[in-house]
Design a protein around this ligand. Structure first.
Ligand code: BG6
Length: 484
């Protein structure tokens, strides 16, 4: 901000990390008593995923977790963020516990601790027991709140003494938008705006009650949610474009972060939803619970990939339902927005990835500054990374210089945010190994470790990329090498 910073000191105990999610890495989808999930079903609907890819095998982490954690240890990783699959613990979503599921995650946690890696657990990263969908529509019913809390408490009771970092929900804004507005995620509903807000309210209540349960059980660790934060810039100083940005922020960002941090919905957005008759129904007592839980969270989790631009969108303008680029063919994503409110044109100052995501390191600094000013909360960057095509060379090397460049610039921007007073506890790259990118198959790679598999299959052997060695140095120098 104020002046150029030459070198940044990350705090001594900074948690250099990396992240994953159960469905994207584990495989073993029908093994050891695991129940079916909404994703196990959804990926089988023709046309939903790139080349009909599934996570049935994924990168076989379920059988290779020791090898993967050994690679993390060798790198010096300080924290590993991973998610637990609800259906491995409760195959039917509730009721009987599957001891083999408890054993698996217990082993993963112990393996991390043995290697001095702080486990950071995501309780829900999108894979929902199908039984709960069949019985009451999953997140569509308020019944899910108690089932989620029972599931979360089971995790706390098993590992509350060992795991100090808990993330209640991964990207509530994304799984609900793609699930109930754009039909790209389960349950594949299109433009069901009223249900979208209702589902979100149930998710907020589930989050809040789990946070309160964690404290009631006496645990003093860190707990919060991870939000997919796409910060916005107004196109220019034309007042309707500035207002478009403000509307975007209320509807797309503060709608979630204000509830996590303050326990209340942003007023202008709520007024708008009430006028449109799509505001969520709340039960008496909900507001108090949201407010109580907001006092108990200890960080804002941020998944940051890109920023966006906001411009006024006429009533006959673009909709939220433009085509997404899931093929990696640059320029195939369409502009989106809400008619009469805002639209998100491309930013002419930024480069994009092959999947049309803008590349904006400053945006990460911007997120941290906004959170610090608005919520005064510590921050965990729970995801940040570059999805790219990688090439495995004959000698087993992968020269992903573009990923090193991407991460380096984002870390420097994060360093600036820290220098400016933001309290950042951890930074997790997405991802440690290559994994299944939900809609984009296996060809969109994020890892430090290349996994030899494509849409059809492969040996599943692991290979360290150049970025692996680079991040190892970042960790061992506590960020000093970023400035060389
Ligand atoms: C986040 C998710 O949305 O971004 C991850 O939490 C996901 O699960 C990551 O994989 C990257 O998105 P994509 O669509 O490129 O896989």
């Amino acid at each position: 901000m104020m002046e150029q910073i030459e070198k940044t000191a990350f705090p001594k105990d900074f948690l250099w990390g990396s992240a994953s999610a159960a469905y994207q890495i584990e495989g073993a989808y029908a093994e050891d008593g695991k129940g079916m999930t909404n994703w196990d079903e959804f990926v089988r609907i023709p046309g939903k995923t790139y080349k009909e890819t599934t996570g049935d095998v994924a990168v076989d982490h379920y059988h290779r977790y020791k090898e993967d954690i050994r690679l993390m240890a060798e790198m010096g990783l300080k924290t590993y963020r991973f998610s637990i699959s609800w259906a491995r613990i409760f195959p039917k979503g509730k009721g009987e516990i599957n001891e083999k599921g408890i054993a698996f995650y217990g082993d993963v946690i112990d393996e991390c601790l043995k290697n001095h890696i702080e486990p950071m657990v995501t309780i829900f990263h999108w894979d929902l027991p199908q039984a709960l969908v069949d019985s009451y529509g999953g997140w569509e019913s308020a019944e899910i709140i108690d089932d989620y809390v029972t599931y979360a408490k089971t995790l706390f009771q098993n590992w509350g003494d060992k795991v100090k970092y808990w993330i209640t929900l991964n990207e509530q804004n994304i799984f609900t938008s793609l699930g109930w507005l754009t039909a790209q995620h389960p349950p594949g509903k299109f433009d069901d705006q009223k249900m979208f807000y209702q589902v979100n309210h149930h998710a907020f209540m589930a989050h809040a009650k789990a946070v309160l349960a964690y404290r009631e059980l006496g645990y003093k660790g860190e707990i919060g949610a991870s939000f997919a934060y796409t910060p916005s810039y107004a196109l220019d100083c034309k007042p309707i474009n500035a207002m478009a940005k403000s509307n975007y922020d209320d509807l797309k960002n503060y709608w979630w972060m204000d509830v996590y941090a303050y326990g209340r919905y942003p007023k202008a957005a709520m007024t708008y939803l009430k006028k449109k008759k799509i505001a969520p129904q709340m039960q008496s007592g909900d507001e108090e619970i949201l407010k109580e839980a907001a006092k108990e969270i200890t960080f804002m989790g941020v998944n940051y990939y890109q920023s966006c631009v906001c411009e006024y969108n006429p009533l006959d303008g673009v909709t939220p339902y433009g085509t997404m680029n899931t093929t990696g063919k640059k320029g195939t994503a369409q502009e989106i927005g809400i008619p009469g409110i805002y639209k998100n044109p491309a930013n002419p100052y930024l480069m994009t990835t092959d999947w049309d995501w803008s590349i904006d390191p400053k945006g990460l600094q911007f997120c941290c500054r906004e959170i610090t000013s608005r919520y005064a909360l510590p921050i965990i960057i729970s995801e940040n990374g570059l999805g790219a095509f990688d090439k495995l060379e004959e000698d087993g090397a992968v020269h992903d210089v573009y990923r090193v460049e991407y991460l380096k610039e984002h870390l420097k921007a994060l360093g600036e945010a820290i220098e400016e007073g933001c309290e950042v506890l951890a930074y997790c790259t997405w991802s440690f190994t290559d994994l299944l990118s939900w809609l984009n198959g296996y060809q969109k790679r994020y890892g430090f470790v290349y996994v030899d598999r494509n849409e059809e299959g492969g040996t599943l052997n692991r290979y360290k990329k150049d970025s692996y060695y680079w991040y190892k140095d970042v960790i061992s120098t506590n960020g000093e090498n970023l400035y060389k």
